[in-house]
Design a protein around this ligand. Sequence first.
Ligand code: SF4
Length: 247
Amino acid sequence: MIRPDDLPSSSSQQGLPPIRGFLPSTLIDWPGRIAAMVFLPYCNYRCGYCHSGALLMADTHEEIPFDQVRDYLESKRKWLDGVVICGGEPTLHAELDELCRRLRGMGYAIKLDTNGSQPEVLQRLIEAQLIDAVSMDVKTVLDHRMAELTRAEVDLEAVDRSISLLEASPLEVEFRTTCCPAFVDEEAIEWIARRLGPEANYVLQRFEPQHCLEPVFRSMQPYAAPQMEHLLDVARRHCHKARLRNG
Ligand code: SF4
């Protein structure tokens, strides 16, 4: 399993994490905002349905110079509302705080996408007021299923702590579950929704077999629309604001 200390430091950008992907604008990754996206490499999990396989071991992509990202963001300051930092798992990078600080310095709001495995990083970023929003995966029930899904050692207590931390934070928070039939069923959704509680901003995402990391997932049948609607009904028993999102 990859831990923060195992990561190579960025070769060319001292003090900043390596940037391995950049999306100039997106309307769907931070609902209500027009945002750019920065992709950081490496992840401590190996979810078979991951769509970011090329970022997991990282050295398959060229590093994008931060100056290039900065110049673009400065030129689009009037048009963009924020920057989404995703991965891989961005919280593995010790230099994440500095990246947030630089983006903040340009006047950008920041959303972090995370698997919730590093609550101490979330706490640090929240206390330093370096992020405005978080999307956290709650992948399945926090039991043996997490290790099966992620194919990694998972500190379940740490993931649970991230949920509690975000619930208590002033941030815009979204919890999300990819409804992969191999790991997420009615019972799992009921458990997650009960854990998140009535006020949580909870999104059920459809599982997309294309481009999955592991071939076996590429031929897996996703839940059909009526099954997703049923899972949504189950979620809403405990989480009144639950909703569906494709992809
Ligand atoms: S946590 Fe996310 S980035 Fe990491 S392997 Fe799983 S799906 Fe991929």
